[in-house]
Write a protein that binds this ligand. Structure first.
Ligand code: X8Z
Ligand code: ZN
Length: 615
């Protein structure tokens, strides 16, 4: 019998192995058997893929029903399906370490690596803790989807309770600072009850990440980019520094114009901008205030796409059909009939749904759908192309082995549809009869400004969400500083401030879908850089030689071929390979977006002469 000391040491060793994710128990680990072989690794991967595929499909079905019909029961069912997937993936990730150091084919090696970082939400192996975590995750998403603000007596927002779509419409169109402030505050109040749940969520998810051998959940998220996690973080900072001067010029100009509209009492001419004045609930895209900041003294774009869509009698269905037609014009197959039967295009009146737009590949093969509460406006016309981009990408990579049914990285997936939307140029709108004639060359500035308000303004926003989450996951941002740290980041990167005082009873991060929805966000920052690289390459493949903001790849099978070749790689290769197939380049590079906006950038610098920019 072993002495107490020996037993303690043995227990400590086992605990260490468990913590490092290396302890499988003697039988499972094949302790008593010969060392693992490459053939076993291949068999393991094959079995793992079959098991995961089945679990993913169950999870997608439960998730689809949950988001389309928010009730207590659907939340529980979705949580259970999620839990089963997480438990199996955690087990497979640990088992995969058995083959570490073996000489394997690149395909098997990549699949083993992908299994180890497949989860966005890892969970502790303790069954009760895992169930608690998935239940919280489902509840948080449900709380977001159900969120409503009920104004008090005498409110400018009226007497009825308002959902996010209604409040967002106020933020987009109202020019009354009091009304804007109330719509902003009202929505942000809905997130307060999420705070404690989120704190617990972080605790449990981190425990799961540690069981997989990661320092915390943020480290797991950063490991998915075919480079060391620290190198990825450094890459983001490098790209941000490339685009920061352009953003600061835009901020400076927009601020000056907002002072003209609202006065120096509302907008500090030298300071940050109030976040509710920029036309979007999160100040993430500013296109809705184009009318306030349009370049003066030069021809405008000559059209307002929202008005044109309405005037031409577009409804949700026609907007999606038009989007699909863009993709088929590139030579891609039409979406299956089931897409039209099973998608959700319009917000139902009789039940609660998660309106935040998403694209689904329910059976991980042909059953593609989008879920969206479409409104007939320019923003949703863009979002439709974004979501369809996911579906077309999914259909292409769903022909691969299950572990490769994904984007080259998540930024690629987010960039694809946006790339197509960059081709919604005047030339294209004329072609499909939404405008009568292309505006003259002098309207370029207006066109570039309209797009910069969405794409350039987004860049610092895209960075801050996960800068915040990475800090939260690592513990650098403790729960009693959640909200303060959030606004510190918004101020530093975006130069925006909340319209009303905030405190630690608030939980403003929860007012943005991806936080309660646990969707990593750096993908959108990457996408905003990549889509300009993609657009430049595809426009060239399509033989477009003019300025890129006038180029459209509509109807170009050459561009479609190039795109499809990239999509068909799924996640089977490191992303630089996929980037090379599409663009001939192997690095993410902000030059493309900077070149695209170069004429605007020069103009902004001239306008801002004599102004003190920054905040
Ligand atoms: O969440 C989305 C898509 C769904 S994947 C609608 N986007 C980000 C957001 O809305 O915050 C697209 C752009 C950024
Ligand atoms: Zn997306």
């Amino acid at each position: 019998m072993a002495s107490n000391g020996t037993r303690d040491r043995a227990r400590a060793w086992v605990r260490g192995m468990v913590a490092a994710g290396l302890w499988l128990g003697a039988a499972q680990a094949g302790w008593t058997q010969a060392p693992p072989t490459a053939a076993e690794a291949m068999a393991f991967v094959e079995a793992a893929e079959a098991e995961l595929l089945d679990l993913w499909i169950r999870r997608e079905r439960a998730g689809w029903v949950q988001s389309n019909f928010i009730t207590m029961d659907t939340e529980i069912l979705a949580a259970q399906a999620n839990e089963a997937t997480i438990a199996a993936t955690m087990r497979l990730a640990r088992e995969a370490t058995r083959f570490d150091g073996l000489e394997l084919t690149p395909e098997v090696a990549r699949k083993l690596a992908l299994v180890k970082m497949a989860l966005t939400l890892p969970a502790p192996s303790d069954a009760a803790a895992r169930a608690e975590l998935t239940q919280i995750a489902a509840e948080l998403e449900g709380m977001y989807g159900r969120g409503k603000y009920c104004p008090g007596a005498g409110s400018k927002l009226g007497a009825d309770c308002l959902d996010l779509e209604q409040l967002s419409n106020r933020i987009a169109t109202s020019r009354d600072p009091e009304e804007l402030e109330e719509a902003w505050r009202g929505w942000h109040e809905t997130a307060r009850p999420m705070r404690e749940k989120y704190r617990r969520f972080v605790e449990l998810a981190n425990a799961g990440a540690r069981e997989l051998g990661f320092a915390d959940l943020g480290a797991l998220w950063r490991s998915k980019y075919d480079m060391p996690p620290d190198a990825f973080a450094a890459e983001l900072d490098r790209i941000w520094e490339q685009v920061r001067p352009l953003y600061e010029q835009l901020h400076c100009y927009v601020r000056a114009r907002l002072v003209e509209t609202y006065g120096a009492d509302v907008v500090d001419p030298d300071g940050p901008i109030r976040a509710d004045l920029l036309g979007n609930m999160w100040a993430q895209q500013w296109g809705n205030v184009y009318d306030l900041v349009a370049p003066p003294g030069v021809p405008g774009t000559g059209y307002d796409l929202t008005e044109r869509l309405a005037a031409a009698g577009y409804d949700a269905q026609k907007m999606v059909e038009t989007g699909e037609r863009f993709f088929t014009s590139l030579g891609l197959e039409r979406l299956p009939e089931t897409f039209w039967e099973r998608s959700l295009f319009v917000k139902p009146r009789d039940r609660e749904v998660v309106c935040h737009a998403s694209a689904w590949s329910v059976d991980q093969a042909e059953d593609l759908r989008i879920k969206m509460c479409i409104e007939v406006d320019q923003e949703d016309f863009d979002v439709i192309h974004h979501e369809l981009g996911h579906n077309f990408y999914q259909r292409a990579h769903n022909t691969l082995a299950p572990l490769f049914r994904d984007g080259a990285n998540d930024g690629f997936h987010e960039a694809l549809g946006d790339t197509i939307a960059l081709s919604i140029t005047p030339k294209y709108l004329e072609e499909i009869g939404l405008i009568e004639a292309e505006p003259p060359a002098e309207a370029d500035l207006a066109l570039l400004m309209r797009l910069a308000l969405d794409k350039v303004a987004f860049l610092p926003f895209g960075l801050t969400i996960d800068k915040w989450r990475w800090g939260v996951f690592s513990g650098e941002i403790p729960p009693d500083r959640y909200n303060q740290a959030w606004w510190d980041l918004k101020l530093r990167y975006q130069g925006v401030v909340p319209p009303v005082a905030r405190g630690e009873a608030d939980f403003d991060p929860g007012a943005k879908y991806h936080v309660p929805g646990n969707t990593p966000y750096m993908r959108y920052f990457l996408a905003h850089i990549l889509q300009f690289q993609f657009h430049r390459a595809l426009a060239s493949a399509a033989g477009e030689s003019g300025p890129l903001h006038r180029a459209s790849i509509f109807g170009s099978e050459a561009a479609g071929d190039r795109l499809e070749k990239m999509m068909l790689l799924g996640s089977s290769r490191p992303w630089p390979d996929a980037l090379e197939v599409l663009t001939g380049e192997r690095e993410m590079d902000a030059r493309a977006i900077l070149d695209y906006f170069a004429p605007l950038s020069e103009w902004l610098a001239r306008q801002n002469q004599g102004r003190v920019c920054g905040w």
